[in-house]
Unconditional design. Structure first.
Length: 238
């Protein structure tokens, strides 16, 4: 039986970054690792973000608040795959820290709010105006995946929150989505609209208002993005 390659919970921030991003996927958008992404390998490193959610939250907050160094440290594809690994609960359990009651709600709100800086400083330069809707997303190694699917795969609503916390988390998420809509990158705007489209299920009037105001004041968007915004306003996103 193959021994599990489990890292200790209390590692340094630098070692955590290495765990998340420093894997061979090639210099282009398409990965070179045979058989799929690194985290599916039998001997892949495992770091349990739920074992100590305070550490996971602190690491993500530090990264999200000052993420620009990623562009000089890793290739676009390493960043794409690392972000996907970090935010998707299919790959890791990092983002369950957003809803874990063992951490102060103020710390969780701060971390979520900082996601807007990640989009501004990293996602926008990498993804530009490359839209994900309509592209082949059956294979998560497309160059649009982590940007377009960010709010789809992030398990931020996977647990029922206490009544006192739910509006605070919602306010933080909506704040990020609204700030992202102001970026020049159409890929980032599409990601925000994708997130709003899913939020429509529980908050239809809120979403309709946000997207309606966005459509009313922005006239320099591509026709593809405008159509997607109209769909998101009604909650019709995949």
């Amino acid at each position: 039986m193959m021994q599990e390659n489990r890292l200790p919970v209390e590692i340094s921030f630098e070692r955590w970054l290495q765990h998340v991003f420093d894997h061979p996927v090639g210099d282009e958008w398409w990965p070179s690792v045979e058989g799929g992404d690194w985290w599916w390998a039998d001997d892949a490193e495992i770091w349990d973000g739920e074992e100590n959610c305070a550490i996971a939250l602190a690491f993500m907050t530090r990264l999200f608040e000052d993420p620009g160094f990623l562009l000089d440290s890793y290739t676009p594809m390493q960043i794409d795959r690392g972000v996907n690994y970090m935010i998707s609960n299919c790959c890791s359990n990092h983002c369950f820290a957003f809803t874990d009651p063992s951490t102060p709600i103020g710390d969780r709100v701060r971390c979520i709010s900082a996601i807007s800086t990640l989009f501004e400083q990293v996602m926008a330069p990498i993804y530009g105006d490359y839209l994900g809707a309509g592209s082949s997303l059956s294979d998560p190694d497309t160059p649009t995946f982590s940007c377009y699917m960010f709010w789809d795969v992030c398990p931020i609503y996977s647990r029922q929150l206490p009544a006192s916390e739910e509006p605070l988390i919602l306010e933080a998420v909506v704040g990020v989505l609204e700030r992202t809509l102001k970026l020049k990158s159409e890929a980032c705007k599409e990601s925000a609209l994708h997130g709003l489209g899913h939020l429509h299920l529980s908050h239809p009037e809120l979403v309709a208002g946000i997207v309606g105001r966005y459509l009313a004041v922005v006239d320099n968007m591509s026709e593809s993005l405008r159509r997607y915004a109209e769909s998101a306003k009604e909650g019709n996103v995949l």
